[in-house]
Design a protein around this ligand. Structure first.
Ligand SMILES: Cc1cc2nc3c(=O)[nH]c(=O)nc-3n(C[C@H](O)[C@H](O)[C@H](O)COP(=O)(O)O)c2cc1C
Length: 181
């Protein structure tokens, strides 16, 4: 069945490791007949949540009208959401964290975002899978709270420089992730 897949990335490196995996995933998903929309959060104008709780009061998801209001309708529409990012300081990069925080507006606004599928693509420098916990655990808990089904995770430690991902099976695993959606 063809699904609407929303991909949100968090790296500012267009030729970086997580982007390479993202592209492998997107190509595989499109080849399977899914429709894919992608937002690269690091190249967008996005601030954090102001916790003003005026979500949807202006007609848009967020009263602070930046590029999140372009992403929000796509979150509502999506059957599956794939988050792709590097680890920054044992955590989620601020570029994509702004998007994740502002999913709050959909919840406060009373939108039904339950029942979606979710997946995670992530990488880090240190050759230690537990370094990815700082991304994996919050994303798993976010998915659970939103009643999203985490269908797959591609977690690749040990990649630092652009191109390092090619010395791993990360892109092949990212392509295979498309089969889980
Ligand atoms: C600001 C910053 C913080 C980072 N923090 C960590 C870290 O805590 N642990 C780690 O293993 N790698 C860390 N890294 C390395 C990146 O996770 C690694 O280079 C990754 O492959 C980058 O992915 P990208 O090419 O998709 O941007 C950091 C990189 C930057 C730029």
């Amino acid at each position: 069945m063809s699904k609407k897949i929303l991909v949100i990335t968090g790296s500012p490196r267009k030729k970086g490791n997580s982007f390479a995996m993202t592209e492998a995933f997107v190509n595989a998903a499109q080849a399977m007949g899914h429709s894919v929309k992608r937002f690269d959060a690091a190249m967008m104008k996005l601030g954090g949540c102001h916790a003003c709780e005026t979500c949807y009061k202006t007609g848009k998801a967020c009263s602070f009208d930046d590029d999140f209001n372009i992403i929000a309708p796509e979150i509502l529409e999506a059957d599956a959401i794939v988050f792709s990012m590097p680890v920054y300081w044992y955590s989620i990069p601020s570029q994509i964290k702004a998007v994740i925080d502002r999913i709050y507006s959909l919840v406060v606004g009373g939108k039904d975002i339950s029942g979606k599928e979710c997946a995670l693509i992530a990488c880090c420098e240190e050759n230690d899978l537990t370094v990815l916990d700082g991304v994996r655990i919050p994303m798993e808990r976010t998915a659970a709270l939103n009643k999203w089904k985490m269908v797959g995770e591609v977690l690749v430690p040990g990649v630092l420089n652009i191109g390092d991902i090619n010395n791993t099976d990360g892109c092949a695993r990212a392509a295979a992730l498309a089969e889980k959606i």
